[in-house]
Design a binder for this molecule. Structure first.
Ligand code: VJV
Ligand code: ZN
Length: 316
């Protein structure tokens, strides 16, 4: 079986973000890479650059009208793409396209058997809807990855696991009626945090009714709360037997984030990563792709994400 961990990194994805004191600044990539280097892990992973997603790939998830709107507004270089969280700037269309292409590179390398795990720090833009930007997210790389795993790679059952403090509404509602997208999301209770959704009773609709797992937590939940909910995620995945696991490991669920009040330690992220690898290996394929997601305390994102990469390496 293939071995090694692929890291998608470099200037192409580092550019994604917003200046002027925005929490999702373009310095987050560097904060992570420095920590990876300090721990000597940069020499143990295979590094690959992102490519830009094609129009066809973007259209597998997003509407043509929305893609045009992002291109026009980012050429104009001003105005927000949403209600005040996601400012447009010249070059944003390209930067957002590279994030999607990077996640697709990660997914493709795993599907082609080059590696079993891959990680992309600037990815996991889970709030973008098929036709709308939201919460710092322009194109939803996770959503495009799910669509392309089906269309290009012929998979049917794909798991999306999300431990970012914010509910992954862009993915949840896009696949709400699809029983073949397994969805497990730990997040701060929507009564207390953006985007306000993801109540436990939201379990899917139509043919997917009762098949999704939303696990809202008290706004100050710690590692013991995390572990109790995580047990349910594992049982859910073992029963669902996905052919691929996408893992959005937002570091804004770690104590000390400026945007949220969840109080996990970085061990939660490493634990989740290790367990997902064990589950994927137990299913006989080992396919796990991690996406950085949120995380606005630079120390926390550096430690949480290097912990995920370390867990991927240790699982080899
Ligand atoms: O809470 C909100 C929405 C508002 C309207 C818009 N104003 C700016 C803020 C309040 C109701 N949005 C959240 C969005 C969080 C997105 C998280 C993304 C992820 O981690 O899940 C995945 C990558 C929010 N919380 C804090 C802010 N926005 C915020 C936005 C800013 C800002 C400071 C805080 C935008 C610009 C600047 N500072 C300069
Ligand atoms: Zn978040």
């Amino acid at each position: 079986m293939s071995s090694g961990v692929l890291l998608i990194c470099g200037a192409e994805i580092a550019r994604y973000g917003f200046g002027g004191g925005h929490p999702f600044g373009p310095d987050r990539h560097e904060a992570f890479m420095r920590e990876l280097h300090a721990r000597g892990l940069d020499g143990r992973v295979r590094c690959g650059a992102a490519r830009a997603a094609t129009r066809e790939e973007l259209e597998s998830f997003h509407t043509a009208e929305y893609i045009d709107q992002v291109r026009e507004r980012s050429a104009g270089g001003h105005a927000y793409l949403d209600g005040g969280d996601t400012p447009a700037w010249r070059g944003l269309f390209e930067a957002a396209s590279y994030v999607v292409g990077g996640t697709l590179n990660a997914v493709d390398a795993v599907m082609e058997g080059e590696v079993r795990r891959a990680f992309i720090p600037i990815g996991g833009l889970h709030h973008a809807a098929r036709d709308q930007a939201a919460g710092f997210c322009v194109f939803n790389d996770c959503g495009v990855a799910i669509e392309m795993l089906r269309r290009r790679h012929g998979l049917r059952r794909i798991a999306y696991v999300d431990i970012d403090a914010h509910h992954g509404d862009g993915i949840f509602y896009a696949f709400e009626d699809d029983p073949d997208v397994l969805y497990a999301d730990l997040h701060a209770d929507g009564r207390f945090l953006y985007p306000g959704t993801g109540a436990a009773h939201e379990t899917g609709i139509g043919a997917a009714r009762g098949t999704k797992l939303n696990l809202p937590l008290p706004p100050d939940a710690d590692d013991s709360d995390f572990l109790a909910s995580w047990e349910r995620v594992e049982a859910y995945l073992r029963a669902g037997q996905p052919q691929f696991i996408l893992f959005q490991c937002g570091a804004d669920s770690v104590a000390g984030d400026p945007l949220t009040s969840l109080r996990f330690s970085v061990r939660a992220h490493a634990h989740a990563a290790a367990r997902l690898c064990a589950i994927a290996d137990g299913l006989g394929h080992g396919r796990v792709v991690g996406m950085g997601g949120g995380g606005y305390n630079r120390r926390n994102l550096a430690e949480a994400w290097t912990g995920v990469v370390q867990a991927f390496l240790d699982s080899e």
